[in-house]
Ligand binder design. Structure first.
Ligand code: SF4
Length: 615
């Protein structure tokens, strides 16, 4: 069941909880180039897009929307268009006459760009700014009402106004209040064709903000539908997994009526990813107000599943991230060291001498019937029981680690609960069918039972379509790491037969949830009609040049208008400034302007090396 929403009409389409989740994307062609926009819009529509957004940086671009709309209609495409407006309320009012929906950004519709300088407002100053906002927005709503145009209040984490920052900071609560300022006007004006989005490049911030807004709207008697997205998700696998963790978590909780997966790729490539997420999350469970479920785990572990292997040798351990000790190492002998990316636990049904070399801190999980033999190879071996066998096993000694696997919540019993209370070192493995709501019910149940045992989420993935498996695992398990509920992740893909696939996927899910860091983090905007350079080429160059710097987060953004604000907490920014030039940022501070594109990578390298040499 999805969260109940009002019904919004966008052209001929209806948006509400009673409709399938609407899939959308955005053009990255210049708005003044009508032909290019029309061709790209058609590619999006043919891929399955149900709404196409187009940037309108100014009034002249907003006027062009009329031509784009007319041309699409003439070719038989009635899919609604949405204008994307920042800083220019006049352009919003023009666009509202020509397209079915207009997105405005509360951070810059009535307010100027945040300066981060005005840190305190008197109540009178605050109220005066709100009154200006009310007037401008009401005038705009009047135009929308006359033209039957829907509105999206699209709040971004990176572009909150000084007014909001002064009272709420750069927080989910600030995003919510920024949105509510506008929603309260819609409510007062009885304007109901309203959709909301709260986006961030940080999945945690995005999920927290949306959940908080839903709670707040319930308290204020509002039920506007929601558009979900993770901004600056990037491209390739990272962009997909980041989007799946953020969007999937909320869709599974019954929140979200339209989605956009923002990838730095051709816009039509976003559509199948978004559709897959909508399909994967088709059994949502909206729990309503006060449904929060937060844990305290901070650094989750990974189980590498080697059950598909019949031999474990040095090639296998090397591929997992274990490093041979130095010859004649007086401490380790021929023991292996755990590299930065090595899993903390290994599950195997195959025993052999390579297990003797694993480092002291690595635990080996084996089926209970192999435990005695496994213990001969490695003292860190631990048995994995089914519930029945666990209950009939002799009591564990004080420091003994055991694992008990639940295939279904129905296996839960008071007897099991009592035993687990006595054996707090026993780890509970939730190995349910891969569905977010089933795991979530179990977490709720276990919290109510007041157990202190650690919980591993095991996803036994079916099939061998790797793209689908990635989205499935990330969308169905990522939320438990955002909420710090799970102690670890254990992915099993028996049909893929490649333990490195599930290991790398586990790392990516934990990094996307912001709870582990295994590699440099790159965020990049999807590009739009404001993009001022070859964004995809720039992302590839930046990744190639700085991919080895594991501790850094680097943003590649398409324009200086929104890019710097939307970079969030990136350590460095590489931002297109137009005319073949790039501006370089350190945090939010611009440190080099108008660097020729051909020199920009080296300039960024020099900047980073200079900073690292001071560390
Ligand atoms: S940051 Fe990127 S997506 Fe956002 S407005 Fe600029 S070019 Fe467009």
């Amino acid at each position: 069941m999805r969260r109940k929403t009002t019904t919004v009409r966008i052209g001929e389409q209806l948006l509400s909880d009673e409709q399938p989740v609407m899939i959308q994307s955005m053009l990255n062609t210049p708005t003044m180039n009508v032909e290019a926009c029309v061709e790209q819009a058609i590619r999006i529509i043919q891929a399955g897009g149900q709404l196409v957004r187009i940037t309108a940086p100014g009034v002249k671009e907003a006027e062009k929307l009329k031509d784009i709309h007319t041309a699409l209609q003439a070719r038989g495409y009635t899919t609604p268009l949405s204008a994307d407006i920042h800083f220019t309320p006049d352009a919003a009012s023009v666009a509202a006459r020509y397209v079915e929906k207009v997105r405005i950004n509360p951070g810059n519709f009535a307010d100027k760009r945040a300066t981060f300088k005005q840190l305190s407002y008197t109540d009178a100053q605050y109220a005066a700014e709100l009154e200006v906002l009310r007037k401008k927005f009401s005038d705009f709503l009047q135009v929308c009402r006359e033209h039957h145009t829907a509105v999206r209040i699209g709040t971004n984490h990176g572009s909150l106004s000084d007014r909001i920052l002064s009272r709420y900071g750069d927080t989910p609560a600030g995003m919510v209040e920024s949105t509510l300022e506008y929603l309260r006007i819609c409510q007062a004006e009885n304007f109901n064709d309203v959709v909301i989005s709260l986006k961030s490049s940080d999945c945690q911030v995005m999920v927290d903000a949306v959940r908080l807004l839903v709670e707040q709207m319930e308290q204020e008697g509002m039920s506007y539908p929601l558009h979900l997205g993770v901004t600056e998700a990037g491209e390739g696998e990272d962009g997909r997994i980041r989007s799946a963790v953020g969007i999937g978590t909320l869709l599974n909780e019954g929140i979200g009526d339209t989605i956009r997966v923002s990838l730095t790729e051709a816009p039509e490539a976003e559509i199948p990813v978004a559709q897959a997420l909508a399909d994967l999350c088709r059994h949502p469970e909206f729990e309503g107000n006060g449904a929060s479920l937060k844990g305290i785990q901070t650094k989750p572990v990974i189980v590498a599943d080697l059950s598909c292997l019949t031999v474990i040798d040095e090639t296998v351990t090397a591929s997992l991230g274990f490093i041979p000790g130095q010859p004649n190492d007086p401490v380790y002998g021929d023991r292996l060291h755990a590299g930065d990316k090595a899993p903390e636990l290994i599950y195997t049904e195959t025993l052999g001498p390579e297990l003797t070399k694993l480092p002291e801190e690595t635990r080996i999980i084996v089926p209970a019937e192999l435990f005695d033999m496994a213990h001969v190879y490695n003292r860190n071996a631990c048995p994995l029981y089914g519930v029945e066998d666990y209950l009939s096993a002799s009591p564990a000694t004080e420091n003994e680690y055991r694992f008990v696997r639940l295939n279904d919540l129905q296996e839960w019993s008071t007897t099991l609960s009592e035993r687990l209370k006595k054996e707090e070192n026993t780890v509970i493995v939730l190995a349910f069918p891969v569905e977010y709501r089933l795991y979530r019910r179990a977490f709720r149940h276990l919290q109510q039972a007041n157990l202190r045992n650690k919980i591993l989420v095991q996803a036994r993935l079916k099939g061998n379509d790797r793209e689908w498996l990635k989205l499935s695992a990330a969308s169905q398990t990522g939320g438990f790491f955002l909420d710090r509920l799970a102690w670890g992740i254990w992915l099993t893909a028996s049909e893929v037969k490649d333990p490195c696939f599930t290991l790398e996927l586990s790392r990516n899910i934990l990094q996307s949830a912001g709870v582990r860091r295994y590699k440099a983090e790159f965020i990049s905007c999807p590009g739009c009609g404001r993009t001022l350079f070859d964004l995809q080429g720039a992302v590839a160059q930046v990744k190639a040049a700085f991919g080895h710097l594991h501790t850094l987060k680097i943003a590649v953004m398409g324009c200086v208008v929104n890019g710097p604000g939307e970079m969030g907490d990136a350590d460095y920014g590489y931002v297109g400034a137009g005319n073949g030039k790039v501006n370089l940022y350190k945090g939010r501070r611009v440190v080099r302007v108008a660097v020729p594109e051909a020199e920009a990578i080296e300039a960024l390298r020099a900047l980073i090396e200079q900073d690292l040499s001071h560390c």
